[in-house]
Design a protein. Structure first.
Length: 153
C-alpha cells in the first residue's frame, strides 16, 4: 500500500499564503486609507494582528506535516516533512517488518493534533521512534494506515 497527503498539504499552503495576503492587504487599507479614524485604525490593526498571530500559533502547535507511507515486501517506509517554518527537514523511517513491534496513535490539543508513535524490537527490548505528526492526514488515510500497520504487529 502506498499513499501520501500531498493534496491536503497543497490546500494548507494555499490557505497560509492567502491569509498572509489578506493580512497585509488589511493592514495597508487600515493605515493608508481615510475610511477610519486614527483610534479605529489602531484597534482594528491590533485585533486583526492578534487573530492572525493566534492562528499561526495554533497551526505551529498542531504541526501539519507532509506524510507518505509505503509497505514493501520487507519493510515499512514512512516519509514526513513538517510545514513549520525553519523546521522543514525531510525525514524518513524505514523499519523491517520482522523488527516492527507496534504502533500507537496519540491525540492532544482537543483532538486536533494527532501523532503516530512507532515501536521496534531491538536487542535490549522495545524502542520507540519520536512521534510523527498525522494532523494533516485525512480520516480515510488514517484508517488505511491503521489497517495496514495492524497486519504486521
Amino acid at each position: 500500500m502506498i499513499f501520501d497527503n500531498r493534496d491536503i498539504i497543497l490546500k494548507l499552503n494555499k490557505r497560509r499564503y492567502i491569509l498572509i495576503l489578506v493580512y497585509v492587504t488589511l493592514m495597508i487599507i487600515f493605515f493608508f486609507s481615510g475610511f477610519f479614524e486614527e483610534n479605529q485604525k489602531v484597534i482594528l490593526a491590533i485585533s486583526i494582528s492578534v487573530i492572525y498571530i493566534i492562528y499561526n500559533i495554533i497551526s505551529y502547535h498542531i504541526n501539519f506535516s507532509y506524510f507518505s507511507f509505503r509497505d514493501d515486501q520487507e519493510s515499512l517506509m514512512f516519509r514526513f516533512v513538517s510545514l513549520r517554518p525553519l523546521d522543514n527537514n525531510k525525514k524518513a523511517i524505514k523499519i523491517s517488518k520482522r523488527d516492527f513491534a507496534g504502533f500507537k496513535f496519540e491525540k492532544s490539543f482537543f483532538g486536533y493534533k494527532e501523532n503516530l508513535i512507532l515501536s521496534i524490537k531491538t536487542k535490549k527490548g522495545v524502542a520507540n521512534y519520536p512521534p510523527i505528526s498525522l494532523s494533516a492526514l485525512s480520516q480515510k488515510h488514517k484508517l488505511m494506515l491503521k489497517q495496514s500497520l495492524n497486519q504486521f504487529v
